[in-house]
Design a protein around this ligand. Structure first.
Ligand SMILES: [Fe+2]
Length: 274
């Protein structure tokens, strides 16, 4: 399907598939709906499996391979072994990497957007996330140097807006990196409930508003009161329009649409007016 005219791109944002505890009807139709929507690339923000079992990871790989390419995949807290403490400490990422090889912090450059993915799942934390100093530096080095006109995106499992027990350790430095790199959009998951908002990050006189899109669970049984969903993002140099796609009954249908001006920055022409 054709992309919107002008300098724009349509991305699919999928999260929390949870193969091993997923709804088969929603899972079977998900890739077709992404293709029917005409997304140019698909970002998957973690929790591809329920227990990081080998057969779950193999199926998750096949599921992602059916999504519109290129794909960018980061892991979630359910993608490390939950029930084997030895494996968790000794080789927490090996099983995931057996199916999703390459960097755990992958980058995808699509011209109008550049996306830095981050593995926010450290081996010693059970559920909440962590962004290391190295990863914060990676955000700045990858995105601050992107060409003018490029929308800057970070993708990770744990939302920066989370607080209390599930907050991101190292989050202060991470927020500073989001400010320094003039990040425009953060894509996350984890909550299983779709949400898009303007989020103020940083502290003191070094703050920045950005757009945080949390994709709901696409196919998990654990829906927490919302329909299963994925997010379609139509991105231009000045705005992002988020359309939720909902699994309703036997198939997928478009749901709510929300538009946000991108935050001011030196790399973009400025927010939309009028
Ligand atoms: Fe999840």
């Amino acid at each position: 399907m054709a992309q919107p005219p002008g300098g724009s791109i349509r991305l699919g944002h999928v999260s929390d598939i949870h193969v091993g505890a997923s709804d088969d009807v929603a899972l079977d139709g998900l890739a077709d709906d992404l293709h029917a929507a005409g997304v140019a690339a698909t970002v998957v923000t973690g929790d591809l499996t329920m227990r990081a079992r080998t057969h779950e990871l193999v199926r998750a790989r096949a599921v992602v391979d059916a999504f519109p390419a290129p794909t960018l995949v980061v892991m979630g807290n359910h993608d490390v072994p939950l029930t084997n403490p030895f494996r968790r400490l000794a080789s927490p990422y090996d099983k995931f990497r057996s199916q999703f090889s390459g960097s755990l912090d992958p980058m995808l450059d699509l011209g109008i957007v550049r996306i830095q993915g981050l593995d926010s799942m450290p081996r010693w934390r059970w559920k909440s996330g962590r962004i290391s100093d190295r990863q914060s530096e990676l955000v700045v080095s990858t995105l601050a140097g992107s060409p003018a006109g490029t929308v800057r995106i970070v993708a990770l499992h744990h939302p920066p807006s989370s607080d209390h027990l599930e907050s991101i350790a190292g989050g202060g430095d991470f927020e500073e990196a989001l400010v320094d790199a003039e990040v425009d959009i953060v894509l996350a998951g984890h909550t299983h409930v779709p949400s898009v908002r303007v989020l103020e990050v940083g502290s003191g006189d070094r703050t920045r508003p950005l757009i945080e899109n949390i994709a709901g669970t696409a196919t998990s049984h654990r829906t927490r009161g919302s329909l299963r969903s994925w997010s379609q993002l139509d991105i231009t140099e000045s705005a992002v329009t988020v359309t939720q796609h909902l699994a309703d009954g036997g198939g997928w249908r478009p749901g709510s649409v929300q538009e946000f001006a991108l935050p001011p920055g030196t790399h973009l022409p400025g927010p939309a007016t009028g």
